[in-house]
Write a protein that binds this ligand. Sequence first.
Ligand code: ADP
Ligand code: LRH
Length: 497
Amino acid sequence: RETRRFLAFDLGAESGRAVVGSIKEDRLALTEIYRFPTGGTKINNHLYWDVLGFYSQLLAGLKKYVSEYGSDLDGIGVDAWGVDFGLLDKRGNLLGNPYHYRDAKNEGTMAIIDKKLGLRELYNLTGIQLLQINTVNQLVAMVRDEDPLLPAAENILFIGDLFHYFFTGVKAVEHTVASISQLYNTVTDDWEKKVFAALGIPSKITTRLIRAGDVIGPLKGELAEEVGLNEVPVIAPAVHDTASAAVAVPAVEDEGWAFLNSGTWSIVGLELDSPVINDRSYEMNISNSGGAFNRILYLKNVMGLWIIQCCKRIWNKKHPSLSYQEIASLAQGAAPFVAFIDPDDPAFLNPVDATAAVAAYCCRTGQAEVDKDDIGTISRIVFESLALKYRYVLERLMEATGSKVKVLHITGGGSNNELLNEFTASALGIKVTAGPVEATAIGNIMLQATGAGLYRSLPEIRRIIRNSFEIKEYLPEEREVWEKAYERFVRIIEEKG
Ligand code: ADP
Ligand code: LRH
């Protein structure tokens, strides 16, 4: 066979997709064969992920592959959002339903960590930004609440690892996703037992670590038979979606670049050779997240398009057919710079009504009275504020590393939003590129292909990506207006209502 085919399952917080990568000579062709909604499930005041439902969807994706391409496949890999996990009991069975990182039980966990270990010490040991959603916070909440699952647990598997386990029966945690749990030491490249000990988290749950490109095992015989596949290896991508996406950034080695992976979250980062864990990184709360090919992704989370997803859910009640594209065009027609929000304000972590939360923020900071049903104005406020927050974060990444960024590469579903791309170029005052949209799935595929022996380096992979996908460019406009807006934005988010 000349063409090699790999199947990537990329699970996002809004949707999951099955994407086929067909590699022939120096080109990669991508076909999305299956997509399904994800999102959380609320039961009795807790928010969960329906992982068994997702598993059925993955099997449907495998069947769809067979119906379109036949029974031969070179590899399967699953990446997903980070921080969330399943626990296995001593028989290897999944305990309960994995919690969603937006579950309210994580509130109050920072104070516990600070008391038992010290927030600065946690940062020193892990190099990961302190966020209430982190794995360590979730486990601290389980310890505090005497959650009976924890004493029964023998293994922790992050969401992508869990599906690899369902597919193969092999328990393994891939290093990029372990790295952002805050249970992992990026310098020693191993689980950080001091964190477990200080916080009373049973360290027996640590699972064997593997690296992107490692073959985990063959797809179980009975599953292969059920879906109609011949023997196929399950190969680890970077299980942390952000780390898979970073592989597919169309960057040229020394151009001075940063990435923005834009989906439910907007992840802004630099690719470094080694971690930077010092006072400045701590003060700016920056993550040294593990990357494929032993890189460090020096990054920060911005709340991202989650806010628009939540607004859309509210607006869809009155306007069922309203799409993201329509929201963007209404924003385009709305008045500029009416008011700004800090997307990372806790008010936006899990709002009951995000449209009301945006309006309330504008009011409480004395900026403007805005109508929560005014789709154009609310969404323009969100898009402008996101673009300005990207600049705020990027300035901090540059300051902490002393680097100068000349181009920002935007990938992910959010790179479809041309208005937001334009705003981002103007807010940052630098060139911005958009695409590939499915960078995460592409990175997943290319890391599987690396494991299968096709590639050896990041520059080699990125050359193929630049060869295979159309990348759009945006240049800054209206520089003075955006400079003034940035000054106003910084004042508002630093003073806060
Ligand atoms: P995740 O992987 O977190 O599920 P995606 O990377 O798929 O998220 O990005 C989804 C987001 O991308 C949507 O919430 C939406 O804001 C944005 N998006 C996708 N398509 C478009 C489009 N055509 N126009 C504007 N925004 C879009
Ligand atoms: C982005 C992401 C991010 C994590 C968040 C929970 O999808 O993986 O890197 O912080 O989800």
